[in-house]
Write a protein that binds this ligand. Structure first.
Ligand code: SF4
Length: 248
């Protein structure tokens, strides 16, 4: 009797687990007809949030879809990686020549989560250590043209670093730097910019990422760089022609 009950219970647990698994797999795709594999949980990479934080992107549907469904990564061209690496090394040499302690890329990996359950991970290109009289500096190397999202990405790192166990040596609010390697330009970001208003913007975006799938807000600016442009039915790839107003 006892064995029969145990077997029935085991069978029930297996059935319940497989039903949950199937439900997860069948979770509706954010775009009808597109088969996108759901993630195990909501995840956001800092570079996905940056265009929204800088006001460059507005379509929250794309952010939500990326945060909750896998999308095959675009491969990074080797030439970009080499140029980026050169930029990181030359910036590191600059700080080291001033007697500062520098950590690079993989040494600056971090993993965290929001109270709403969104995972966030990444790595900062370069962290210049704090000294008794100078705060740490968080630097990002860019090989292309300046964009407002670059500043937002560094600001996000600046806002996170003092709260991450991986950077326990950072006790003062860090400043930021963007280094444009092709022009040798350095943009400095004061520590005060990673303020509570900025942090609230980040928290609001993460709430959107973990909430219900929002409506699309198509625009050429968003759609032409959107990773879902080939499967989104609302994609806009050309300006609509202006309507003529008779009395003009
Ligand atoms: S293609 Fe355009 S409308 Fe569709 S999700 Fe992307 S940004 Fe939004």
């Amino acid at each position: 009797m006892h064995t029969i009950l145990s077997n029935a219970l085991a069978m029930y647990i297996v059935l319940a687990a497989s039903t949950l698994f199937m439900e997860k797999l069948m979770q509706s795709s954010p775009f009808a007809g597109a088969s996108l594999r759901p993630r195990g949980g909501t995840y956001a990479h800092p570079s996905w949030l940056a265009p929204y934080l800088s006001g460059n992107s507005r379509c929250h549907k794309a952010l939500h879809a990326r945060a909750n469904f896998y999308f095959s990564k675009d491969s990074i061209p080797e030439s970009w990686a080499t140029e980026h690496e050169r930029g990181v090394q030359s910036l590191a040499s600059f700080y080291e020549s001033q007697g500062r302690l520098v950590t690079l890329e993989q040494q600056n990996s971090f993993k965290t989560a929001s109270p709403t359950g969104v995972s966030l991970s990444g790595q900062m290109d370069l962290v210049v250590g704090e000294t008794s009289d100078q705060p740490a500096t968080i630097a990002d190397v860019k090989t292309g043209k300046p964009r407002p999202s670059h500043r937002a990405q560094v600001l996000l790192y600046m806002a996170l670093a003092p709260h991450l166990p991986e950077f326990r040596n950072i006790t003062k609010p860090p400043s930021g730097v963007i280094y444009y390697s092709s022009t040798n330009e350095i943009v400095e970001i004061p520590a005060e910019e990673a303020n509570s208003q900025f942090k609230q913007q980040v928290a609001d975006l993460l709430c959107i990422a973990v909430g219900e799938s929002p409506q699309t807000t198509p625009s050429m600016q968003d759609c032409r760089f959107c990773v879902f442009r080939d499967c989104c039915p609302d994609v806009v790839l050309a300006e609509t022609s202006a309507v003529t107003v008779d009395w003009l």
